[in-house]
Design a protein around this ligand. Structure first.
Ligand SMILES: [Zn+2]
Length: 272
């Protein structure tokens, strides 16, 4: 195989913010609309869910999760509830103009409605937030390795272009905390699935070094997909924050062997 040149990661303008209520999140100011990647800091949950668990599926107390979600929305200045979806590790996108009356299924959600917060949950998978400063439209994407192979972030950007007046040259993207290539060991079947998809630069997603098994770089994979779609390199921001390495800030499904909380990446269009 030819030597693959790593991309220079120039854009990392992320910073931790803490609200008066103690909720701490990762922000990417150049994204340019209200948004945040939650951390585990600031909520009321205990044990493996300490403290800002935002997911109800893992066995935490539901009333506590509801309070955590309310504190999270308040911290971001959003009027909850944040519209989420039942995530299925695929490539489907839902476009919403208002709060859904029924459960949405898919792994990306896009909207151009001012004041309607949208979000996706993660605990190792890649959260990606999108904003088109020309139209105000936003998107939230959940891309684990299966979603990445399904090109879910490209699908979400495509929906923003097709239905919400988006322009790839104008779109901005922030790739938040996910399990990094330091920790995301995979089997050969995962490497093969990525290779079979073959988006431009896919080779960067598979890390082969002295370790016995391949590792996957979901940051690079999703960045490369966004660049292939037509986003400008200066508009794609990558946190490189590894959820598995940083137990102080993040839940990690793999590190905690499934008994852990969920974080949310949320974003909202604003009136123009
Ligand atoms: Zn790591």
């Amino acid at each position: 195989m030819d030597q693959v040149t790593p991309l220079v990661m120039m854009n990392e303008p992320f910073r931790l913010e803490t609200a008066p209520n103690g909720v701490t999140w990762l922000a990417c100011p150049p994204l340019g609309t209200p948004h945040g990647f939650s951390t585990r800091r600031g909520g009321e949950s205990e044990g493996p869910f300490a403290a800002l668990n935002l997911g109800v599926s893992a066995g935490d107390d539901e009333a506590t999760v509801r309070r955590n979600r309310a504190a999270w929305a308040t911290a971001l200045g959003m009027t909850g509830p944040i519209q989420g979806m039942h995530q299925i590790h695929g490539g489907d996108v839902q476009a919403v103009a208002q709060r859904a009356q029924e459960t949405l299924y898919g792994d990306a959600i896009v909207s151009a409605t001012p004041g309607l917060p949208i979000g996706i949950y993660t605990a190792d998978c890649t959260p990606i937030l999108l904003h088109d400063p020309g139209t105000g439209a936003v998107g939230a994407v959940h891309a684990g390795w299966r979603g990445t192979v399904a090109r879910v972030v490209m699908n979400a950007a495509q929906r923003m272009v097709d239905e919400l007046g988006g322009d790839p040259a104008r779109l901005r993207a922030a790739i938040g905390p996910a399990i990094g290539p330091c920790c995301f060991e995979v089997g050969e079947e995962v490497a093969a699935a990525i290779a079979a998809q073959g988006w431009p630069g896919w080779e960067r997603a598979i890390v082969r070094d002295a370790r016995p098994k391949p590792h996957v770089d979901l940051f690079a994979a999703n960045r490369d997909q966004l660049l292939a779609f037509g986003l400008r390199a200066e508009n794609v921001f990558v946190s490189h924050a590894c959820t598995s390495c940083d137990a102080d800030h993040y839940f990690s499904w793999r590190r905690d062997q499934g008994r852990t909380g969920r974080m949310q990446a949320a974003i909202m269009a604003v009136a123009r």
